[in-house]
Design a protein around this ligand. Structure first.
Ligand SMILES: NC(=O)c1ccc[n+]([C@@H]2O[C@H](COP(=O)([O-])OP(=O)(O)OC[C@H]3O[C@@H](n4cnc5c(N)ncnc54)[C@H](OP(=O)(O)O)[C@@H]3O)[C@@H](O)[C@H]2O)c1
Length: 220
């Protein structure tokens, strides 16, 4: 079984938040690190977010602040909650969009989404709910996706780490403090420091006032 290289990429505050308590995250990072993120998009075959991010931010997931081509866009969306007029379906259609779901949405909703040009990928359920992510990665690999950038949100990032499917991370650390808000990563069931996941081959680069910390994920 081959799986794509999976890079988790998100921006967090000094206190580990990726959004305010009201769900706003645009923009935690500054313009320089945003340009870096767009360059990273261009260097990946595909980019994925969870449907929570589509509903909160309506992102286009295209490359606009750097040179390069748009990656294939993927939304983990088991119940097909992506609105047919979402930017990820409307803008940059040349890149193509896959909605990864679990086959329970009504036929008329499927038809409305397919009419936008999106590809619907019917996958098994994950044990805890959502789309089975290993099956999704295998399906993407079969379509020629060798590198996948996962841009959030927290639930999808956490699931990717919990399933040990993330191979790399590129985290923007912005010099901001929010207090309440969304944790960058949820519970991974780690009780001892010795069981912490870590990064190897770490590269730390300043972009404006932000730092991007990138490396290979090491699971104990
Ligand atoms: N700072 C940043 O870099 C950044 C980046 C992106 C987003 N954000 C912020 O993050 C927030 C959204 O994050 P979120 O955690 O609510 O949503 P999310 O992670 O984007 O999406 C979560 C949803 O994805 C679907 N999903 C399908 N399969 C899944 C699986 N195997 N594991 C996990 N989820 C799966 C589930 O919905 P179904 O059960 O309906 O399938 C789940 O509720 C927003 O406030 C956004 O602004 C911040």
């Amino acid at each position: 079984m081959t799986l794509p290289r999976v890079t988790l990429c998100y921006a967090q505050t000094l206190d580990g938040r990726t959004a305010t308590a009201s769900g706003s995250s645009q923009w935690i990072s500054g313009p320089e690190s945003l340009r870096f993120s767009h360059g990273l998009r261009a260097s990946h075959d595909a980019i994925m977010v969870g449907v929570g991010t589509v509903l909160a931010d309506d992102p286009r997931l295209t490359v606009r602040l750097a040179e390069g081509r748009d990656p294939l866009r993927v939304v983990a969306d088991s119940r097909l909650r992506t609105p047919p007029d979402a930017a990820v379906l409307r803008d940059g259609a040349g890149a193509g969009t896959i909605l990864a779901h679990t086959g329970r949405a009504p036929a008329d909703l499927r038809a409305a989404l397919e009419a936008t040009g999106a590809t619907l990928l019917d996958l098994p359920d994950a044990p805890g709910g959502g789309v089975a992510l290993a099956a999704l990665l295998m399906a993407l690999d079969a379509r020629g996706v060798r590198s996948l950038m996962v841009e959030g949100g927290a639930r999808l990032i956490t699931a990717m780490l919990r399933m040990r499917l993330a191979t790399h991370m590129a985290v923007t650390l912005a010099p901001k403090i929010l207090g309440a808000g969304t944790d960058a990563v949820g519970d991974l069931g780690i009780a001892r420091l010795g069981d912490a996941y870590s990064l190897a081959d770490v590269d730390i680069t300043p972009y404006g006032a932000d730092l991007v910390i990138a490396g290979r994920v090491v699971y104990p």
